[in-house]
Design a protein around this ligand. Structure first.
Ligand SMILES: [Zn+2]
Ligand SMILES: [Zn+2]
Length: 344
């Protein structure tokens, strides 16, 4: 049956974590009262001050955008371009479809570049992001899913980040989920002394300097240079970071609450077009939970997935190999057997 997630297609998870596909079928995804408890590893609730500080700070800095002095068309366009570069390339294609699920392979230089782009979204180091996401797939909408919205929509969206979760507080706690990644010294180095956070700060400074240079060339004044530098910092970094944070979090929250289902998965995942629109394809989340390794999250003809088309372009020029496609693309509908009953 298609509603059993094919663990044989997720070798990375299967080799490091004990997954019992039978129990995933027997366990109800939703408790009788429709609610889940906060994960045991996050109890008793202890506030993670570092995350609270960082996330409140970046939201406050993004609010500077309401002051007209910080606005420029260049800043706005750089911010929009950054959503595609850092969110789609870094998070969707890099962190998620490549590093977490190994939906394709690519040269190391490209993999590391995508990982660096992902870091520039302030969504944690590659290893920690991947570990949390693999944990989410292992027991989606059940214990110990770190961010199921069946606890509450607030918890699934942002609340889980404010609370210390022992399952991934330290590298030694979550390394069993990401042994494959940590074998690469590149990812191990990023964990040491929070190097990844330094990279985020450095990229923000680069935007400031680049904006200052653009302002100098276009206005020739110190005031103009400063205004353009800070405009790129506020719109190109802080506003873009907050937008991307919420679009990624919406995949965790909205796409596990509202939308349609193509597959009878054992979790509450949904396909949500609005989330797809702001996250470039990640909103086809029910499809993704049904076939985690597939590099395309859109399965039906109308489920447009921009991130997939970028991967497809990589494949066309020889940069992506072993690209995993949805099973329904390979199997004629007539002979799909049980699969047909799960596709709406
Ligand atoms: Zn999910
Ligand atoms: Zn995933």
């Amino acid at each position: 049956m298609i509603n059993i997630i094919n663990e044989s297609q997720t070798p990375v998870i299967a080799e490091t974590v004990s997954v019992d596909p039978v129990s995933k079928v027997v366990c109800p995804a939703i408790a009788p009262n429709g609610k889940l408890e906060i994960p045991k590893a996050a109890q008793p609730v202890k506030i993670d001050k570092r995350y609270v500080f960082a996330l409140v700070l970046v939201h406050c800095l993004a609010l500077l955008a309401v002051i007209p002095w910080f606005y420029s068309l260049t800043g706005l366009l750089v911010g929009i371009a950054g959503i595609f570069l850092f969110a789609m390339m870094g998070i969707n294609i890099g962190y998620h479809r490549l590093l977490t699920h190994r939906g394709f392979t690519c040269p190391k230089w490209l993999e590391h570049t995508l990982a660096i782009l992902g870091i520039c979204t302030l969504q944690d180091s590659p290893a920690r992001w991947v570990a949390i996401h693999r944990l989410h797939h292992k027991d989606s909408d059940e214990q110990p899913d770190p961010h199921s919205p069946l606890v509450s929509a607030y918890w699934g969206h942002i609340g889980w980040l404010f609370v210390r979760n022992r399952d991934f507080h330290k590298v030694k706690n979550f390394e069993c989920y990401v042994r494959d990644l940590l074998r690469d010294p590149f990812y191990l180095k990023l964990e040491r002394n929070s190097l990844w956070l330094g990279i985020y700060v450095l990229h923000a400074l680069l935007f400031l300097v680049a904006g200052y240079a653009i302002g100098w060339f276009t206005t020739g004044t110190l005031d103009g240079s400063l205004q353009m530098g800070l405009s790129l910092l506020v719109w190109g970094v802080f506003v873009r970071t907050v937008f991307v944070l919420h679009s990624t979090w919406a995949v965790n929250s909205v796409s596990h609450l509202w939308g349609y289902r193509n597959y009878k998965t054992t979790d509450n995942s949904r396909n949500n077009w609005l989330v797809t629109l702001i996250s470039h394809g990640e909103g086809w989340h029910n499809n993704h939970h049904a076939e985690q390794m597939s590099a395309s999250h859109g399965h039906l003809w109308y489920e447009f997935d921009l991130s997939w088309w970028v991967i497809r372009s990589f494949e066309c020029v020889g940069l992506a190999k072993k690209v995993v496609r949805p099973r329904c693309w390979k199997t004629p509908r007539k002979s799909q057997g049980n699969q047909t009953e799960s596709i709406a």
